[in-house]
Design a protein around this ligand. Sequence first.
Ligand SMILES: Cc1cc2nc3c(=O)[nH]c(=O)nc-3n(C[C@H](O)[C@H](O)[C@H](O)COP(=O)(O)OP(=O)(O)OC[C@H]3O[C@@H](n4cnc5c(N)ncnc54)[C@H](O)[C@@H]3O)c2cc1C
Length: 383
Amino acid sequence: MPQFSFEPVVMPPEALKLRQEVRAFLADEIQKGSFTPAVGSMVEGDEAFSQKIGAKGWLGMTWPKQYGGGERSSLERYVVVEELLAAGAPSLCHWIAERQSGPQILRHGSERAKTTILPEIAAGRCYFAIGMSEPDTGSDLASVKSRAVKTDGGWRITGRKVWTSFAHRAHYVIALVRTSGTPDQRHYGLSQFIVDMKTPGITVRPIYNLYGGHDFNEVTFDDVLVPDDMIVGGEGRGWEMVVGELAFERSGPDRFMSSYPLLAEAVDEMGPDPERMQAAELGRAVAHLATLRRMSASIAGMLNDGKSPVTEAALVKDLGTTLEQEIPEIVRRILPVEPRGVGSDNGYVDLQQLAQMQCVSYSIRGGTREILRGMIARGLGLR
Ligand SMILES: Cc1cc2nc3c(=O)[nH]c(=O)nc-3n(C[C@H](O)[C@H](O)[C@H](O)COP(=O)(O)OP(=O)(O)OC[C@H]3O[C@@H](n4cnc5c(N)ncnc54)[C@H](O)[C@@H]3O)c2cc1C
């Protein structure tokens, strides 16, 4: 029977040294007031901050130098991502582009896409959105109805995407559309396109979330022209591309550390002498966090070796989002607070409220709990 494989990973000395550098930089930025720590990587975006990180060489770190990268290891990148999340740094602008779209373009994009887009992502100046979900297509992604039709020198896309995070500030969206066949032909005939958000025919409409924030959108494509060389991986290979991409999307520290700044703040709030029950509850959360870290770092090691640990990534996301959702509950139990509204003068209260409202979405975005568990069962040969 197939089994999970989580080979232990030892962080190399250069990653440990880098961690200290990143930590010192972030502490300095907080002290200078350049940002206030927030929960979740996908909440706050600050172009100037992303550009500072880019100038440090901390974006696109694993990519070739000719495309603006640093030719460093996945484990060094892992350390940077972990520290940004731990500090609650405003990383939203570059997040999707650096985590997911850039690696996809590097592996499957045209030479023009690589030379024009990747250096901009690495500099923290170019941002992406993911156009997979549609009004009737979420978990069942193969049923997308948006279509692209071949024309001279390119493709014309028509359709509607929904829940498109960050589309209102992104420079590009990678859209999954049908280029041949019909929705009931499932995985056959899907393709991915890099679409410049400035192209005529694109309309972006905000969708407000539970706490009134504008994170995601509905994006409509009306006969939008995309050049031939902005197809990713070739016509008809969209499904293969999506599956590969999701291993990157599901396994990183952003799938178990979204609530970390709240946990850290709660430790400070309790002080050096917590009650027994408080220590036990926090101890349990920290033990889970430590285990998830090892599992997630192991996946980073596998991705570094060119493997595609899809089942393991699904497991990390399922367990990780469960912990991210538990943390606000645990903190609420052991440290009761009066709701005072976001923007109060108490950072801990703000974090708690934001975490509580945001965490509902963690087990939906990037693949729901039920879908992940189905994948895990299939990966283990149980269905
Ligand atoms: C915060 C957030 C950000 C997002 N950002 C993006 C984005 O940037 N780009 C993008 O493309 N999408 C994005 N999404 C959309 C997300 O990927 C979808 O919401 C998700 O895939 C679920 O799809 P759905 O909402 O259509 O729910 P459905 O697929 O309709 O699912 C509804 C319920 O049915 C269950 N279910 C469905 N099928 C099965 C099955 N076969 N077996 C068992 N149970 C099943 C699901 O688990 C779920 O509980 C985002 C979502 C959130 C919450």
